[in-house]
Every structure is written in C-alpha cells, then in structure tokens.
Design a binder for this molecule. Structure first.
Ligand code: AMP
Length: 187
C-alpha cells in the first residue's frame, strides 16, 4: 500500500506524474487544486471563499484546504492508500496532516519532490496558459504562485527530509524517465 505526497513547484509536472503513479498503484489522486476548481464550478461555500485567492495566485486559507483533506481522506477509496497532490503547501498544513494521520493510525511511505529550475517553470506555465486557458495561468499570477511556493512551500522539503521521508527527483527529463525514477524510489 502506498500513502504518498507529491511536492514540487507549479509547473513541475506533479499532476501528470501523479496521474501515472495513481493508475499504476491503483490509489486515488487527491488534488486540492482539482477539488477547489470543482467547488468553484459547483459554487459551494468553500469554492466561493477560495476563488479570489486562486485567481490572484495566492494560497487559499489553511482552514479551507485542511477541511477538504479531512473529508476526502475519510472516504472509502482512501482506505488502501492515496497520493496527495498539491497538499500540504504550508507548515501549518503539514502539521495538521500529521495530526490527522496520527488520529487515523496511518503513516506516510514517501514524499516525492520534483525539482525544476524557476526559468524552466515560467516557460512551461506560460505555454500551459496558452493551451489550457486556466484562469490563474497569466504571467503576473504565475510569478506570484512561484513566489508563494518559494516562501511557503519550499521549507516543507526540510520538514520531510528531517522525517526521513523525502525523495528528490530531477523533474527536467522526459516524462517516462521521470516516471521510472519515481517508481525506483517507491519500490
Ligand atoms: P494547483 O492545481 O495545485 O496548482 O492549485 C491551484 C491553486 O489552488 C493554487 O494556486 C492555490 O490558490 C490553490 N490551492 C491548491 N492547493 C492548495 C493548498 N494545499 N493550500 C492552499 N492553496 C491551495
């Protein structure tokens, strides 16, 4: 059974690799970004609260995403493992996840970090903006998301390194090569 966290800056290919790994290990991909986008579409309370932060490239308040994760991990399909994609993104979220997993009597197998240099990320994200037309993929919000990543999420690498869970992966190669590097770390 695999209980995993996928980390990495926006544009590192986290979502793509997460999908591949989830289908191979038959575990659900739990993406707070996807859940929030769905909540906005359905105009739920959490969605309405999150929208202004997401549109600006800011992080949604911890309490909102922590509640989302609490509810999602309690669902039946997470019983046999899961992959967290885009959560935690702050130290408070990581602490909340620790407490939640402790309460549930569960542990993590690994934290995978996909590392890609900033210039490459900016290039990839601007390209994706053209193709997908995501509301938060314009140059100004992209730069803000990278800034937020560096200030608030990057410190989590050290947090998980100290717990002996961090696996660093070079995220700049071909998609299949990166997948096989990840699988090597997990097996
Ligand atoms: P993503 O699809 O993971 O790039 O997330 C898109 C946006 O959703 C982010 O820029 C944040 O505004 C918000 N978001 C997703 N996950 C989180 C999280 N764990 N904490 C705070 N905000 C989040």
């Amino acid at each position: 059974m695999q209980r995993l966290i996928f980390m990495g800056p926006p544009g590192a290919g986290k979502g793509t690799q997460a999908k591949i790994i989830c289908s191979e290990y038959k575990i659900p991909q739990v993406s707070t970004g996807d859940i929030l986008r769905e909540s906005i579409k359905n105009q739920t309370k959490a969605g309405l609260e999150a929208k202004k932060f997401m549109d600006a490239g800011d992080l949604v308040p911890d309490s909102v995403v922590i509640n989302i994760i609490k509810d999602r991990l309690a669902e039946a399909d997470c019983k046999h493992g899961f992959l967290l994609d885009g959560f935690p993104r702050t130290l408070d979220q990581a602490d909340a996840l620790d407490s939640l997993l402790k309460e549930m009597g569960l542990g993590l197998n690994a934290v995978i970090n996909l590392a890609v240099p900033d210039e490459e990320l900016l290039k990839r994200l601007l390209e994706r903006a053209k193709i997908e037309g995501r509301a938060d993929d314009n140059e100004e919000t992209i730069k803000n998301r990278l800034l937020n990543y560096n200030n608030k999420t990057f410190p989590l690498l050290d947090y998980y390194k100290k717990k002996g869970l961090l696996k660093e992966i070079n995220g700049t190669g071909k998609m299949e090569e990166i997948t096989s590097l990840i699988k090597k770390e997990l097996n």
